[in-house]
Design a protein around this ligand. Structure first.
Ligand SMILES: Cc1cc2nc3c(=O)[nH]c(=O)nc-3n(C[C@H](O)[C@H](O)[C@H](O)COP(=O)(O)O)c2cc1C
Length: 368
């Protein structure tokens, strides 16, 4: 197999959309790593749904409106966002580029965009916090040991992260057939550096009638009571990532969780689940107008962001496109990718006749 091309130092003139980054990334990543990043769970029904769900809505533009007061600024959980877009937590970014998460952080700074740093980052959360100038959030995966989980929270607080995003939809890996077929394995030089002090897992001997999933892997998975415990142990706002059911969203709100991310983890965990966009309107209806809702999965266009906002999201997260852009052109690529999305959102708002984010609502859409 041929070696992947090194990251570009400038942006080619035909690289003009996020889908172009996806195409280019194939040349800049080894095949197994590309498949690991691009792939989803099992038959990738959730993954495909993430893109298809956006196509089921069309924008109903209005004409001849004043646009000069237009703005994409908004307030989200105590922070001002220039654009309603954050970089999603993405593990092991050294897979995509030798500078890994540090390059993404520099791009986030250049574009004044918030970054959510993964528990499974391949750069330390302290180094990233020291680099990040804009909104910096920490994504927490519960660990098998509460003391160690709390130590991660304390490190995030001490490093200056302002929000905790707790991911709850991936207590174990989905069925990742595509990555398996490509023979993907994490290279030995890349690791979850934030977890190096993790106490070794106690050796558990299962009885023959016990299940490796239920009594094994899931025995340490967090439950609602762990989330409650976390709320009592941090003053940072807590956002739950991976909500798809309206009742879970209502429970989160009632427990005092500050906001949710509607997400199917980019179609990488359970297959055959709805896209976030499919369940967004019902969840918004159930939690009320004021509750903070973020959404991710399949966003590749300014029109996608517009549709998510129209159906009730306050902001969106960008997952794979950031890693593809990182592989193609490092920090420059990520910054360019974010710039493309911003321009597309502004052009969409201008042409749809909605100068402010508050003007974007369900009346702006019709079913395809
Ligand atoms: C390679 C890769 C690694 C990811 N790592 C994490 C992670 O460490 N923590 C997490 O909460 N989500 C993780 N996600 C999920 C993203 O945060 C996000 O939910 C998803 O990628 C959004 O879909 P999109 O890729 O279509 O934008 C990862 C996604 C990808 C593609």
């Amino acid at each position: 197999m041929s070696h992947p091309a090194p990251a570009l130092q400038s942006i080619p003139s035909d690289l003009v959309s996020l889908a172009d980054y996806r195409h280019y990334a194939r040349q800049h990543l080894p095949h197994d790593i590309y498949e690991y990043i691009a792939g989803g769970g099992a038959d990738e029904i959730s993954l495909k749904r993430n893109r298809n769900s956006f196509e089921q809505h069309l924008i109903q533009p209005r004409i001849l409106r004043h646009m000069t007061e237009g703005s994409t600024r908004s307030e989200l959980l105590g922070q001002t966002l220039r654009y309603p877009v954050l970089l999603a937590p993405v593990a092991f970014q050294h897979l995509a580029h030798p500078e890994g998460e540090m390059a993404t952080a520099r791009a986030a700074n250049a574009l004044d965009t918030g970054m959510v740093v993964s528990t499974l980052a391949s750069t330390s959360m302290e180094q990233l916090a020291a680099t990040l100038e804009g909104p910096k959030w920490f994504q927490l995966y519960f660990q098998q040991d509460r003391d160690f989980t709390l130590s991660l929270v304390r490190r995030a607080e001490a490093a200056g992260y302002s929000h905790l995003m707790v991911t709850v939809d991936a207590p174990l890996h989905g069925i990742r057939n595509r990555a398996q077929r490509a023979g993907f394995e994490l290279p030995p030089q890349i690791s979850a550096v934030n977890l190096i002090d993790r106490p070794p897992l106690p050796r558990k001997v299962l009885e023959p009638e016990q299940s490796i999933v239920f009594q094994g892997m899931m025995s340490e998975a967090p439950t609602w009571s762990d989330i409650n415990w976390l709320l009592q142990h941090t003053r940072l706002p807590v956002i739950l990532k991976g909500v798809l059911h309206p009742d879970d969203a209502v429970q989160a709100k009632q427990m005092g969780i500050d906001g949710i991310v509607i997400s199917n983890h980019g179609g990488r965990t359970l297959d055959c689940v709805p896209a976030a966009l499919d369940v967004l309107p019902k969840i918004r209806e159930c939690v009320g107008e004021k509750y903070a809702i973020l959404l991710d999965g399949g966003i590749e266009r300014g029109t996608d962001i517009f549709k998510a906002l129209a159906l009730g999201a306050n902001a969106v997260l960008i997952g794979r496109p950031q890693v593809f852009a990182l592989a193609v052109a490092g920090a420059l690529g990520v910054a360019h990718m974010l710039r493309l999305l911003r321009e597309e959102l502004e052009v969409t708002m201008a042409l749809a006749g909605t100068p402010r984010l508050a003007d974007i609502n369900a009346d702006c859409l019709i079913d395809a």
